[in-house]
Ligand binder design. Structure first.
Ligand code: HPA
Length: 268
């Protein structure tokens, strides 16, 4: 909590109270530059904020307005596979929550497993499988932040999913729905692991998001999750996976992703 307060104090005078927090995943960070009156604070200027070392993740906390909402956005995130602790992975989300954001929209690039989850598809996350082997809630519980034993029955807000689906239809496409499995990484899955994930009920797979969602729900923040399907999961197509392909694909869905995001911000 001390670390969070220090981070909050370092940025609070430059940031009003946000309405909505965004975490922008691989290849999706540019959305923040289009906010009205965008103002970026590099993670390096924020005490205790872990830096993102991943290519395609800029590493700024950006504030601005969209559709009359005050937005705070993470342009790039910290991952477990970079060597960050679960608490570090969730730090940015907790910071945006103590700055006052009541809603979080988490986004990511993910591999598609389920039907209709081909590259270019957008998927509202209906539920998650935390298969990282870690939790951002381990350790002493600060009861001012949230409960020790957190209910995760409706981690992803059904009303926000409905809103997003309605916006997508109005924009002329179908928003898919499915379960996101979050794994440690950094290797992509083996085909056997992808078959396992399918059996477990996963529709999409990635290396982020799940620990952020735990922290957000712990702090009572409503969550909408959007996965940009950047590739078929390993073994489902003939070709090997690469970060370049993931980034390139995310870049290609960006226009649709960005109009969905703007539409959702307007509708909420
Ligand atoms: N697996 C894990 N993480 C990912 C993938 C994938 O296929 N695509 C984008 N992020």
């Amino acid at each position: 909590m001390e670390a969070l307060n220090q981070a909050k104090e370092a940025v609070a005078d430059r940031i009003g109270t946000p309405d909505v927090a965004l975490v922008l995943g691989s290849g999706l960070g540019d959305y923040a530059n289009g906010l009205d009156g965008a103002h970026a604070i590099p993670y390096g200027e924020i005490p205790h904020m872990p830096l993102s070392s991943v290519e395609g993740h800029a590493g700024n906390l950006v504030t601005g307005q969209k559709a009359g909402k005050r937005i705070i956005a993470m342009q790039g995130r910290a991952h477990l596979y970079e060597g960050n602790s679960p608490g570090e992975v969730a730090f940015g989300v907790r910071l945006m929550a103590i700055l006052g954001a009541k809603t979080l929209i988490v986004t990511n690039a993910a591999g598609g497993i389920g039907p209709r989850l081909e590259p270019g598809a957008l998927m509202a996350i209906t539920d998650q499988l935390n298969l990282t082997g870690a939790s951002s809630l381990v350790g002493p519980n600060d009861k001012h932040q949230g409960a020790r034993f957190l209910d995760m029955t409706t981690a992803f807000d059904p009303a926000l999913i409905e809103t997003a689906s309605t916006v997508a239809v109005a924009q002329g496409f179908e928003l898919q729905r499915g379960v996101y499995a979050g794994l440690l990484g950094p290797a992509y899955e083996t085909p056997a692991e992808v078959r396992m994930l399918r059996t477990l009920g996963a529709d999409a797979v990635g290396m982020s998001t799940v620990l952020e969602v735990l922290a957000a729900r712990h702090m009572g923040v409503r969550v909408l999750g959007i996965s940009c399907i950047s590739n078929l999961a390993a073994g489902l197509s003939g070709s090997p996976l690469s970060h370049e392909e993931v980034q390139e694909s995310a870049r290609r869905v960006r226009p649709r992703f960005e109009s969905l995001l703007s539409g959702v911000l307007e509708a909420m």
